[in-house]
Design a protein around this ligand. Structure first.
Ligand code: ADP
Ligand code: MG
Length: 244
């Protein structure tokens, strides 16, 4: 097991955002994490990446207990993520921006540049390398945050709604990139996503959170046909085919 979350509880004051969540990810798996807004999905990522402290429970990554480690040490161990609310911004160009991730692996500027170029090539973003991140459209900025994460050469990549706000054509593009990261680069991936056409198509296993609890996990087809999932999240009229 690459990642194991065991009995995780996260309280924000009187609000229990995560209520005894246990969750595992095997090496090389692609797992979808779905659930209604406020279910605790982002909080689960924040606990795994170390951006918020857990109230109770354990997080094991690659055989180590990382529950108390700060985010940068988890990143060094091979844990990378993107942020739901964050798109790449600022004066740097796409190449320089991606180098920020590469600097986790090297102190050398030339080496970092090589890693960043290789990553942009892998993600098909090389044509953008000279463009300022603030000047590319928001969906593109989200992809650049993925490039930064991939440039750290992670063992696991946590993606938080990278396809939000994309049109169907762009969703197809992002789907291809995530599949490439997972299959060809061999990076274990966990994907928080509301876009069903994306998450159900590429996930090997889907975990459903509702009100801080795991209410279902299984293959995509099992999950979409589960009455509790339909009630909590998908809605009675949901048909997977309609989202394609
Ligand atoms: N830093 C925080 N402080 C207080 N409450 C928070 C914080 N982060 C998240 N929450 C609350 O925790 C619950 C889960 O939020 P979140 O993890 O963002 O859900 P999701 O990503 O599934 O939409 C929500 O009720 C949210 O308001
Ligand atoms: Mg969220």
């Amino acid at each position: 097991m690459l990642l194991k979350v065991d009995g995780l509880i996260k309280d924000f004051g009187g609000l229990r955002a995560l209520d005894s969540v246990s969750f595992e990810v095997r090496e090389h798996e692609l797992v979808g994490l779905i659930g209604p807004n406020g279910a605790g999905k982002t909080t689960l990522f924040n606990c795994i990446s170390g951006h918020v402290p857990v109230t109770k429970g354990k997080i094991l990554f690659d055989g180590k207990d990382i529950t108390e480690l700060p985010p940068h040490q988890r990143a060094k161990l091979g844990l990378a993520r993107t942020f739901q609310v964050y798109a790449a911004q600022g004066d740097l160009n796409v190449l320089e921006y991606t180098m920020v991730g590469a600097f986790l692996r090297t102190n050398g500027r030339t080496k970092a540049r090589d890693i960043a170029l290789e990553t942009l090539k892998e993600l098909d973003l090389l044509p953008w390398k000279e463009r300022k991140v603030s000047e590319i459209p928001v969906p593109g900025q989200k992809l650049v945050t993925m490039a930064v994460a991939v440039a750290t050469n992670p063992k696991i990549l946590l993606l938080d709604e990278v396809a939000a706000g994309l049109n169907p054509q762009e969703i197809g593009w992002v789907k291809g990139i995530i599949s490439h990261i997972h299959k060809d680069l061999g990076i274990t991936t966990v994907l928080i996503e509301h876009v069903m056409a994306l998450v159900m198509d590429i996930s090997e296993r889907v975990v459903v959170l509702d009100a801080g609890r795991v209410i279902k996990e299984g293959r995509p087809q099992e999950v979409v046909n589960d009455p509790a999932v339909i009630k909590a999240y998908l809605g009675e009229s949901f048909r997977l085919e309609e989202t394609r």
